[in-house]
Design a protein around this ligand. Structure first.
Ligand code: PLP
Length: 407
């Protein structure tokens, strides 16, 4: 039959999101065949028994009847007031409800921010490894990622001079993910200050993805980017998905800081794009004020004795017992990013290994190369399973590595 084929946009050719890619689809096939798969690929707390705090759920339920219509394009006023107050409490000057954008997760706002900014061929400085939506949204909006390294040998920290050396006349923006996914690094304040100076020198827009801002173990205190950026244009991102364990609510926010004159045109562009998608999911926005103004619910999970703390320890113990693995202890966020030592197993392909681990041991995780890390020997595990499950995962990883080493 002579049917016509629909050809999708060539823009997609370089776009990847392997966290939900071929490996995850293969895991679904195996599950359909009756195999039990331990899935450590997605940072989705609900899947692992973490509940959204009851006072958030109650606020949404109580306001369902108020949420039947479209809302303000920037977001629910009550939510934006709470977000603006959080920013002011962090020392960010000049943030009011007009500078706050609420969206369907940080994901939507990452795309919206880059859409507002980029011309074809513009360059965005991104960490390597990155959270791959940042690369995808850069490419989909006509931009080109330029990666600055955050190597394990440096505790997965970036270097301000290296970042500066990547700047070209086409560079428009600098993205920081702190606390970091996938590495778990938390950036010291002094380092952030030096990076802010690079942005100032080169007139870059700063973008701070701070969605894990409250998920901290034993690293430095979390230092938000916007107070350091001061008058410089800066977009800061936060949300309900991780710290408040409400991924499915799809609520994230973005605040625009910097002097009025410098950000006015960008503000107009962001408002227009926000209006084009009408508004964010209304019922769930009622959870924002209770989340930000109510009791802290994450500290008990990350402190000694808490489940995330124990999960992280289980991975640290598993790595300590391994002949092959090494790991920079995650200081924040929901992941561990161990790597396979070159002296223990010289020939190692992280993608091939992840597939083999899935087929042979029923464990789904994400190879480091999926985070735009060339030549990666890393694997990313979420810290969300129970500690004993993570201990078991480490045993299974070790078994496959040992088999590979014997071949
Ligand atoms: N940014 C980072 C670093 C993430 O890890 C994630 C999700 O895993 C997101 C943004 C997107 O979060 P959401 O769209 O659920 O707010």
């Amino acid at each position: 039959m002579d049917g016509h084929r629909i050809v999708p946009s060539a823009r997609l050719a370089e776009v990847r999101y392997e966290i939900r890619g071929a490996l995850a689809l293969r895991a679904r096939e195996l599950e359909a065949q009756g195999r039990a798969i331990l899935k450590l690929n997605i940072g989705n707390p609900a899947r692992f028994g973490f509940r959204t705090p009851a006072h958030l759920a109650a606020a949404v339920a109580a306001h369902l009847a108020d949420s039947e219509g479209y809302g303000h394009e920037l977001g629910l006023e009550e939510a934006r007031e709470a977000i603006a107050a959080q920013q002011r409490a962090r020392g960010v000057a000049g943030i009011d409800v007009e500078r706050v954008f609420v969206g369907n997760g940080v994901s939507e706002l990452i795309d919206l921010s880059l859409r507002a900014l980029l011309e074809p061929g513009d360059e965005v400085l991104l960490p390597s490894p990155d959270y791959p939506l940042w690369s995808a949204a850069t490419i989909l909006n006509g931009g080109r990622p330029r990666y600055y390294a955050c190597p394990a040998a440096r505790g997965h920290l970036p270097d301000a001079d290296e970042i500066a050396a990547l700047v070209t006349p086409r560079t428009r923006a600098l993205v920081l993910i702190n606390p970091n996914n996938p590495t778990g690094a938390v950036y010291p304040r002094a380092l952030l200050q030096r990076i802010v100076e690079v942005a100032a020198r080169h007139r870059l827009l700063l973008l701070g993805d701070e969605i894990y801002d409250g998920i901290l173990y034993d690293g430095p205190a979390f230092a938000p980017l916007a107070p350091l950026a001061g008058e410089l244009p800066c977009l800061s991102f936060g949300g309900l998905s991780k710290v408040h364990r409400a991924c499915g609510y799809r609520v994230g926010w973005m605040t625009l800081s910097g002097s009025g004159a410098r950000v006015a045109a960008l503000h107009d562009a962001l408002r227009l794009l926000a209006a084009l998608r009408l508004c964010g999911n209304m019922p769930a926005q009622w959870a924002v004020r209770p989340a930000l103004e109510g009791p802290d619910t994450i500290g008990a999970l990350t402190a000694a004795g808490g489940r995330l703390h124990a999960a992280r320890q289980a991975v640290l113990d598993g790595v300590a017992a391994s002949r092959f693995l090494e790991l920079v202890a995650p200081q924040g966020a929901l992941y561990a990013f161990p790597s396979v030592r070159a002296d223990a197993l010289p020939a190692f392909d992280d993608g091939a290994f992840a597939l083999r681990l899935l087929e042979e041991e029923g464990v789904l995780l994400v190879p480091g190369s999926s985070f735009n890390l060339a030549g990666s020997r890393h694997l990313r595990l979420t810290l969300l399973p129970q500690p004993h499950e993570l201990a078991e995962v480490c045993v299974r990883i070790e078994r496959v590595l040992a088999r590979a080493a014997d071949e």
